[in-house]
Design a protein around this ligand. Structure first.
Ligand code: ZN
Ligand code: ZN
Length: 411
């Protein structure tokens, strides 16, 4: 399907450019058992890069499905202490975390969403004290994806199993810039430079707010927090290591002022949430809060998201991606946020990234809240970019600057 050469290059990219494991640092990899070949290359690359120990946490999405089907809501909501302790131990040792995913969109579509919500709520609460480690980039982390048959068939329903997986492999490898004969690490270094240039331009303007409009009915003003920082591409961890949290990535993202979002946004791609596929949806905001929402499909899942906690009815991220991004040019709907969010301007309901405000990564929860950051327990991206998207930035002096015209950056 994919040559060993390519698979090894992808594994090395994830370990060296993705988490960028440092000498003497532990590496924790979480993955589905189906991806064991790729993961074993990652383990090898981890040790070659000097990892003190590489630990793999295996799971299986099909086993997860069985547990949702057969376990009671109460049992699902019980997260054992040892799971928390295990994660805390790794974080205390200063580990970095690589997440290899290949999940099937919609796998849990027939599962009672109350069960899923109960589990997620319990897990979020339990792991809340450990969240800052990755959310505030204290340690390095990275998410990469591999195709699975279930995922590939969702994306390419008319192809045979093998053809679909091959087509999804091609799309993934193109998106993460890995081919038989290129140097993916050099290409990522160049790519990161380009993203940083956009961040710098946006930071220099220091916009007070952004105004999004398109013909679908999106008419949304998003105020940015004071002292905001546009980020994207690579990040710096507490130990100084430069890492790439998402592979692929095309976005420049920033922190909305929690109470400064007004108007309506119409989503342009379906959203996979809690194993359900929410489609044809829109949200209306007043003073930051979602006051109205609708969906053609899986309205209940959208309701669960908006009502997840106090902060999930507010935004925590606004991200700009040109309509002509290479991922969007594939014309493929991946049904996977890691890819689809990098094909389109997006927003996230829920928690903000502390790095998006000056000094944020060392602020307490109270200080972050004071700065206008959303402190929800969840963070879910949804896509609203379109070919005819216009974005205007308003500076603190009241000057209006065209940021996007017809879907693309014009700064
Ligand atoms: Zn984003
Ligand atoms: Zn996000």
């Amino acid at each position: 399907m994919v040559s060993e050469n390519v698979l090894r290059k992808y594994a090395k990219l994830a370990v060296v450019m993705g988490v960028n494991v440092q000498k003497g640092q532990p590496l924790v990899i979480s993955a589905d058992v189906r991806d064991h070949e790729f993961v074993s290359y990652c383990v090898e690359e981890g040790y070659k890069a000097g990892a003190s120990q590489v630990v793999v946490e295996w799971g299986s999405e099909h086993d997860t499905k069985w547990s949702y089907e057969y376990m009671s809501k109460e049992d699902l909501a019980e997260i054992p202490d040892w799971q928390y302790d295990k994660r805390k131990y790794a974080q205390d040792k200063g580990a970095c975390f690589l997440n290899v995913m290949s999940s099937t969109p919609g796998l849990l579509k027939d599962i009672d969403s109350e069960k899923i919500l109960a589990r997620q709520m319990a897990a979020s609460k339990k792991f809340m004290p450990l969240q800052a480690y990755t959310m505030a980039n204290q340690g390095q982390w990275c998410i990469v994806a591999l195709p699975s048959v279930g995922w590939a068939k969702k994306v390419f329903p008319d192809k045979s199993d093998d053809e679909a997986v091959k087509a999804l492999w091609d799309a993934i490898l193109m998106s993460v810039r890995v081919s038989e004969d290129n140097d993916p690490i050099a290409e990522w270094e160049q790519h990161n430079k380009e993203i940083l240039t956009h961040s710098k331009q946006l930071n220099d303007y220091n916009f007070k707010s952004l105004h999004f409009t398109n013909s679908l009915g999106t008419d949304l003003t998003v105020e940015l927090v004071e002292n905001h920082i546009w980020a994207g591409g690579c990040e710096e961890a507490g130990n100084g290591a430069i890492f790439n949290p998402n592979m692929p990535t095309e976005e420049n993202f920033c922190m909305p002022y929690k109470y400064g979002v007004n108007g309506k946004v119409v989503a342009t791609k379906p959203l996979s949430y809690q194993g359900k596929l929410i489609d044809g949806f829109s949200l209306t905001f007043k003073d930051g809060k979602v006051v109205e929402y609708s969906a053609e499909k899986e309205l209940e899942a959208l309701k669960n998201l908006v009502e997840f906690d106090e902060g999930s009815a507010y935004l925590g991220e606004v991200a700009l991606i040109s309509y002509d991004s290479p991922i969007n040019k594939t014309g493929i709907l991946f049904y996977n946020t890691l890819f689809d969010e990098n094909a389109s301007c997006h927003l996230a309901l829920g928690r903000a990234y502390p790095m998006n405000v000056k000094g944020g990564t060392t602020m307490s929860q109270e200080e972050l809240a004071k700065a206008g950051a959303n402190g929800s327990m969840t963070h879910v991206d949804f896509m609203f970019g379109s070919r005819d998207m216009h974005v205007d930035g308003t500076t603190h002096d009241g000057e209006v600057v065209a940021v996007f015209r017809n879907g693309n950056f014009v700064l």
